[in-house]
Design a protein. Structure first.
Length: 52
């Protein structure tokens, strides 16, 4: 699975890790994140992420 980078703050979403602090289990692909998921570092939406 590909990693995705926040174009605002540089946070990397790694599907192997997920975002457990926000209820996203490891193994969750970026495409499968809820539409209302936001960057845990700066709060921007998924539309501000780019494939690494």
């Amino acid at each position: 699975m590909k990693k995705w980078v926040c174009s605002v703050c540089g946070y990397v979403y790694d599907p192997a890790i997920g975002d457990p602090e926000n209820g996203i289990e490891p193994g969750t692909a970026f495409e499968d994140l809820p539409d209302d998921w936001v960057c845990p570092e700066c709060g921007v939406g998924k539309d501000m992420f780019e494939e690494e």
